[in-house]
Design a protein around this ligand. Sequence first.
Ligand SMILES: C[S@@+](CC[C@H](N)C(=O)[O-])C[C@H]1O[C@@H](n2cnc3c(N)ncnc32)[C@H](O)[C@@H]1O
Length: 379
Amino acid sequence: MTQMRYAVPCLFGLEGLAAEELRRLEMENVQAENGRVLFSGGPEALPRALTWLRTGERVLIVLAEFPASTFEELFQGVCRAPLVDFIPRDGAFPVKGSCLDSRLMSVPDCQAIIKKAAARNLGAAYGLTWLPETGATFQLQFALFHDRATLYLDATGPGLHKRGYRAVGNEAPLRETLAAALVLLSRYRGRETFFDPFCGSGTIPIEAALIAKNQAPGLRRRFAAEAFPWLPESAWRQAREEARDREFHGQYRILGSDIDENAVSLAAANARKAGVGDLIEFHRADATREPLPDQAGILIANPPYGERMMERQSAQRLYTALGRHLRGQAGWRLYLLAAEPEFEHYFGSRADKKRKLYNGRIQCNCYMYLPGQNKGGRK
Ligand SMILES: C[S@@+](CC[C@H](N)C(=O)[O-])C[C@H]1O[C@@H](n2cnc3c(N)ncnc32)[C@H](O)[C@@H]1O
């Protein structure tokens, strides 16, 4: 196995950042599309991508791509895929996937056809009429889009947002990949003061600390691809050694606060679990009253947003109070993630830049207030 094509699905709006991360890792032929980024590389690219990616949701190996507007085309396409190069004779190969804007729109039917075709394909390759599936799991994943099928092998296991530090979340924790994306958007590299005054379970300051010290987010977890027999143990060792070698051990000023005492304790516990407990100071405070720290820096937060009417009104009142409070404080660059379409109205000023992002299925904007910067126009 020499060169392979990989796909990194990501939350809508994060494709550009994930592509930038992959280019920094010196991956080849990086190509951002809607909802995913493709790249090429040998098998050793896989442990590096899994260990380092902050904004991608998972890493998949592209096994085959072909037109499939009928079940027969789908079946034959999977029969031709090079499954035997990836799945050993005892490997379990469950199938999951999605259909969008295609003639084949039944996920369970496509799943059943792909399972049958994969069993036929592997059975013929191994000379077996019945495949035991007693070994490690090789999760097959498919996507049908505009009558084209893509068949993938998942290399990740639990999604990449599961860094392992947030076993317990608070009520509305931000996905780790999105928190990292906000920090990358701000270009924070550990030099300025960093503050999240609505820290909840601590995701944003923790991701900021991981970025400041260049700690690979996947260093402390395991991946499905560790069971792939064709991926040498040395590739994992090298990726992890590289990650440890690249860590910095500097002094940072990273702060998080929340009005809820329980959230503050939870955030501190999560930071310790992530290995950055000594880098972040957490405290209890009302973000609409507490003065910002003396030295200006970067403030990133996702304040509460209400989905029900009453909650929405109280979120709107909070944005107004926050706007009044923050507008008086000079020098800070603010990055506020909110789903409220009239956020700028309630906050009381127009953002210098806006970026559309998705928090799961909820469409949000990151409102950026960037005093004294070359703003490059509103997006
Ligand atoms: C959407 S959650 C933030 C989630 C967080 N980013 C995480 O990943 O867990 C909003 C947080 O704001 C806190 N909060 C609400 N009103 C506040 C206020 N006036 N000052 C500070 N924190 C407040 C809530 O307790 C909650 O933890």
